[in-house]
Write a protein that binds this ligand. Sequence first.
Ligand SMILES: [Zn+2]
Length: 373
Amino acid sequence: MKTAFLYGEDLIRRDSRADEIFGPTRLEYTYELLKSYGAFKMPGSVLEPPREAGETDLVSFHTADYVAAVRKLSNGQEAGNPLRFNFSETGDNPVYPGMYELSTLVVGSSLHAAEMVAGGEASTAFNSSGGLHHAAPDHASGFCIFNDVAISIKFLVSRGLRIGYVDVDAHHADGVQNAFYDTDRVLTISLHGSGRYLFPGTGEVEEAGTGAGRGYSVNLPLAPYTDDAIYLWAFDRVVPPLINRFAPDILVTQLGCDTHYLDPLTQFRLTTRGYEEIVRKLKSLELRWVAFGGGGYEPSVVTRCWTLAYGIMMGVDWPDDIPADFREVYGLRTLRDGESRREGGTVERARRFAEEKVSAVRKLIFPLHGLEP
Ligand SMILES: [Zn+2]
């Protein structure tokens, strides 16, 4: 079975948002580094071009009003007060020319990844431009205009499939959680920085779903200074037991790598080694797999993390030395980080926080699935 990587130059157009924080560089570098390693020439790995989503796809999750406003603002037209849709010049969501086209390309690529996996064309498909998990039905949020994750999962559910969703971005997967809060067809699990410290401020253990969806929204908040060991311990205690029990038809993951210790927006302390281990654990669930990117605000980290992730999806362990052609242009020397940094007492606090939250999740959620807390 094939592993697919979704990418094309249309995704990195230079007229996209001017600030580099969520800019195209990270996507371009990831593609270039994978190419240097020969990822797209290996048997079983295919490079798939991006594709635009149609308006029908967008309104499966977003309001027609919001979709129309994004299109107008993108073309420089009047669309009432942009603040109504959470767009502003100084916030996380500036208006920029062509944002509609770029966003529909991201959604289309995520949908194409979902279709390939659902249709049996690929066992795993990775759209690194996707994973925009904060976007709400009627407004933009946290760098996310259209929620490609919710739209793709809705598409898969409409095909009669049950979906297990795991989100390892440093921020709570609020948009995806809200989209499936009342259904037992989609099990969402989000590990993230506690809302006490980090945007968007939600994702408490008690947000467990409603009605038929009770127990199908799972939140594991973690504290600043959470490192590889704490994160992986907490992950093991929550994710594999629930996903194995739920036994979804397809695994969907958001692989944001803003948990890395060099990330400028968060206070997690993971290394590439911890990140690799997370992705390996997801792979070892042995499910058909639709993977998306997400957060990650230090391009040299994102490039390495997603290159490692795609390698794991392919079943390849890249050598640590960055290939010479990439190294010469971009200056990166090694793929993985060295040893984890030690932070003393702060790590102890993060460990206690994780223990408390893991135990709360297991007490609240596990019995709803017939599992021992
Ligand atoms: Zn994030």
